[in-house]
Write a new protein. Structure first.
Length: 255
């Protein structure tokens, strides 16, 4: 299985296709809803682009790497091709495939950006296939780019995706809020960076629950009240602060 076609040219498709090419896989062609994006990626890979899914070239594997809402539409359009196919979504069930003989999920767990290089060697890749033989073939591909390959079913993967949203997207949003509070009060966000790095490192090296600090875990209600007063003019932030604080307190009380 050396020839691969990518459907999609976004963040995941860009990083994954370039990494697979480095490992000796031939990226045959690119199709994308956005032609300009497809051209940029095809130029990086030195491969063809197609404008019509009916024009798919001979290939060993199709990797569908598009927004979740388009996955079923794409799969349905090429179901009669009977080509081995995977999608890369963390939240779309394996049952989205209906007709293809060999189908699977090949989910790289990372927050990708086209302009930021990613080290795939320790990046988790989660695989679920409709048959053992295809699973083994995908495991070989995954192991060629990563040392962290996992067999995870659809139910587990959907919950993994929820956990990843908390661990990545929500944390990043909290940092964005911190950044704005600093900017609004004429302070440099860099002041917080050592604290952020220390917090993340502690959580990685230990159990996050055991590393919890702050006024909520200590139940310092006078400090919490001061913070809520400061956030009085921004009801949405006051609500977020209050909800998270109460969750930390209740979690501790329920142990």
């Amino acid at each position: 299985m050396k020839k691969i076609t990518f459907i999609g040219s976004g963040n995941v498709a860009t990083n994954l296709s370039l990494e697979l090419q480095k490992k000796g896989y031939e990226i045959v062609e690119i199709w994308s809803k956005t032609k300009e994006s497809a051209i940029i990626l095809a130029n990086k890979l030195n491969c063809n682009i197609i404008s019509n899914l009916e024009e798919l070239s001979e290939t060993d594997l199709i990797i569908v790497s598009v927004k979740d809402k388009y996955i079923k539409e794409i799969i349905d359009k090429i179901a009669d091709k009977n080509i081995d196919i995977v999608h890369t979504s963390g939240s779309v069930n394996l049952s989205v495939f209906t007709e293809n003989k060999n189908h699977a999920v090949f989910y790289p767990l990372q927050s990708f950006n086209k302009n930021i290089d990613v080290n795939f060697s320790d990046l988790p890749i989660c695989i679920e296939s409709n048959n053992k033989k295809f699973e083994e073939e995908l495991m070989k591909i995954a192991n060629s780019i990563s040392q962290s390959v996992h067999l995870i079913n659809s139910e587990q993967r959907e919950r993994l995706h929820v956990a990843a949203v908390f661990a990545c997207n929500f944390i990043n949003h909290m940092l964005s809020i911190s950044n704005k509070i600093m900017e609004d009060n004429n302070m440099d966000f860099n002041i917080l960076k050592p604290l952020i790095e220390h917090t993340i490192n502690k959580a990685i090296q230990n159990t996050p629950k055991e590393m919890q600090t702050g006024p909520a875990i200590r139940r310092e209600y006078n400090v919490i009240e001061k913070h809520l007063n400061i956030l009085e003019e921004t009801n949405d932030l006051k609500t977020i602060y209050s909800e998270i604080t109460n969750h930390i307190i209740n979690t501790k009380l329920n142990e």
